[in-house]
Design a protein around this ligand. Structure first.
Ligand code: LHQ
Length: 263
């Protein structure tokens, strides 16, 4: 078993997080959660980090909760699964959504249970053609968690959300893209090249503005049109004060590529 549950690499403004328990298809254990939490906190705090890329080592992306840890011990009462959600999963999903920097997922293989939820919480999801998405919860008598009951109906509509969640059937990456659950399905051998190129392009973008786009789209899920129009006014006001906005307009007028600094 590896000692480094998440490999962390910062290069060209992209913090790459590789879930690293390949022998268990990168299933979640507390050490993996703790490493992810620390990495996302770093992404929040460090200005040179301007995008995050999440992927998995080996043939899986993430198989959700490690079930070896959940073996029933005779004589013990039921464990409080809600406590694990409060402590680990929910803060992770909240962190990803609240981070005002783009988060890209490169789904290299199966994403099951909370592993699927993790993928859906990311801003842009690319998946290898051989990857699949499984709402594995119902297979073991559980309820979709880590945001899946929120993301799925919004992304796929309620008929598909119910079908996926109730049957626990695997959804191939190509179908996930066709259903609008993810951004793109690409050839297996092109996944990491495409995902890195995308994350690097985003990391060179107007980070402040990209963060505000993320905030506005996140909030639109709860807002009515009037509230959202007010929010667009406020976020635009904020974007309009950024150096990158000035640079974007100057570059356009000077017919040259912009050099965004993320401020
Ligand atoms: C695993 C796992 C795994 C341990 C593969 N655990 N070893 C939140 C809060 C609190 C509690 C409960 O849950 C949650 C959220 C959740 O995520 S619940 C859902 C938990 N996940 C699952 O139920 C998925 C379990 N895994 C599978 O169904 C299959 O492994 C899938 C369909 C993902 C992949 O199937 P295969 O490609 O056939 O691979 P495999 O089953 O042969 O797995 C490879 C190895 O990884 C194998 O170990 P072994 O020693 O036999 O080679 C598996 O036991 C191990 N593994 N998932 N979640």
């Amino acid at each position: 078993m590896t000692d480094t549950p998440v490999l962390v690499d910062l290069s060209e403004g992209v913090l790459t997080l590789t879930l690293n328990r390949p022998e268990r298809l990168n299933a979640f254990v507390p050490a993996l959660h703790e490493a992810l939490a620390a990495a996302f906190l770093r992404a929040e705090r460090e200005a040179p980090i301007r995008a995050v890329l999440v992927t998995g080592a080996g043939r899986g992306f993430c198989a959700g909760q490690d079930l070896q840890e959940r073996k029933h011990v005779p004589g013990e009462g039921p464990r409080d699964l809600g406590a694990g959600l409060d402590r680990y999963y929910n803060p992770l999903i909240r962190r990803i959504r609240a981070l005002e920097k783009p988060v890209v997922a490169a789904v290299n293989g199966v994403a099951a249970g909370a592993g699927m939820s993790l993928a859906l919480a990311c801003d842009i999801v690319l998946a290898a053609r051989s990857a699949s998405f499984i709402q594995a919860f119902s297979r073991i008598g559980l309820v979709p968690d880590a945001g899946s009951t929120w993301f799925l109906p919004r992304l796929a509509g309620s008929a598909r959300a119910l079908g996926l969640a109730l049957t626990g059937e695997a959804l191939p990456a190509e179908q996930a893209a066709a259903w609008g659950l993810i951004w793109k399905c690409v050839a297996d051998d092109a996944l990491m090249t495409e995902a890195r190129a995308l994350a690097q392009r985003l990391a060179q973008g107007p980070t402040k503005g990209l963060g505000l786009i993320k905030r506005a789209l996140n909030r639109s899920a709860h807002n009515d049109l009037d509230t959202q129009l007010d929010l667009e006014r406020d976020t635009q006001r904020e974007a309009g004060r950024s150096e990158d906005y000035r640079e974007g307009v100057a570059a356009f007028l000077e017919k040259r590529p912009p050099r965004f600094r993320g401020i």
